[in-house]
Design a protein around this ligand. Structure first.
Ligand SMILES: *Cc1c(COP(=O)(O)O)cnc(C)c1O
Length: 224
C-alpha cells in the first residue's frame, strides 16, 4: 500500500477508537517514524499530510533533516547518548527519550531554547527496555525543576511487543496515571499534559487509553 493509503487507514482507525472512547481525533498527533526508510518515503508521509517525523539515531536524523529541514516537526525517539546531544539539539523539536540526569544536564548546557522533552518510562519493567522505573519518575522530574532549557511536556513509553491486549491496556493506563500525578504537581517547567505511546502494533489501544502522540513506522511508511 502507498503511504497515502496507509495514512487513510490509520486515520480511520483513530477515528473509530475516538468514537468508542469519546475522544477528539484532532487531539492525536501521528509521528511518522522514518528510521527504516528512505528520504523519499519520508517525503511521501509529508505529502500525505503528516507533519511530524521521528528518528531514533542522530545520523539518520541528520540525513533526513538535511533533505527536508523545517518543513517537518522533528522528534528524536531513540536512546540518546549525551555526547550526541550537540548534533541534534538545534534540529529537533521534541526529545522523547529523556531518562537520566546526565542527559538532562547535557540538554540544559547545549540548548539555545527551551527543549520539549518526554520522560521515558519503562512501565512494564522489561529488562530490555530503556526508561525510568515508575517510582523514579516523580523524583526525577522534581530534580529538573530549575532546568531553564527543559520543558517536560509529557511521558513516553514503549510497550512490550505482544498481542496481549489487556496487558498493553494496563501499561498505557499506568503511564496515564503517572502523567496525571506529574501534572498535578504543578511544576512550572513540567506541564506534562502529553502521552507519547502507541506504535504500529498497539496504537489503537493506546489511543483508546489516551495517547496524544503515536509513533508509527511499519504501518505508515513501512520498513523496507
Ligand atoms: C521504531 C520505533 C517506533 C515505530 O515502530 P513500528 O512498530 O514500526 O511502528 C516507535 N517508537 C520508537 C521509540 C521506535 O524506536
Amino acid at each position: 500500500m502507498s503511504v497515502y493509503d496507509n495514512v487513510a487507514l490509520i486515520r480511520s482507525n483513530i477515528e473509530e477508537a475516538c468514537k468508542r472512547t469519546g475522544r477528539n481525533p484532532a487531539d492525536i498527533r501521528i509521528i511518522a517514524v522514518t528510521k527504516y526508510v528512505s528520504i523519499d518515503r519520508a517525503k511521501e508521509a509529508l505529502a500525505a499530510g503528516i507533519a511530524d517525523l521521528g528518528e531514533n539515531r542522530d545520523d539518520g536524523l541528520l540525513r533526513k533533516y538535511e533533505a527536508i529541514g523545517k518543513e517537518a516537526t522533528w522528534h528524536f525517539i531513540g536512546t540518546l547518548q549525551s555526547r550526541k546531544v550537540k548534533n541534534i539539539i538545534d534540529k529537533v523539536d521534541y526529545i522523547h527519550s529523556l531518562d537520566r540526569l546526565s542527559l538532562a544536564q547535557e540538554i540544559e548546557k547545549r540548548a539555545a531554547q527551551k527543549m520539549k522533552c518526554f520522560v521515558q518510562v519503562n512501565v512494564s519493567g522489561e529488562q530490555t527496555k530503556h526508561g525510568l522505573a515508575k517510582e523514579e519518575v516523580l523524583p526525577f522530574i522534581e530534580q529538573l525543576r530549575d532546568f531553564s532549557k527543559i520543558e517536560i511536556v509529557g511521558l513516553m513509553t514503549m510497550a512490550p511487543y505482544t498481542d496481549d491486549e489487556p496487558f498493553l491496556r494496563q501499561c498505557f493506563r499506568e503511564l496515564k496515571t503517572l502523567q496525571q500525578h506529574v501534572q498535578a504537581l504543578g511544576i512550572p517547567n513540567a506541564p506534562c499534559t502529553e502521552l507519547s505511546m502507541g506504535m504500529s502494533n498497539d496504537y489503537v489501544i493506546a489511543v483508546e487509553e489516551g495517547a496524544t502522540f503515536i509513533r508509527l513506522g511499519t504501518s505508515l511508511v513501512g520498513n523496507e
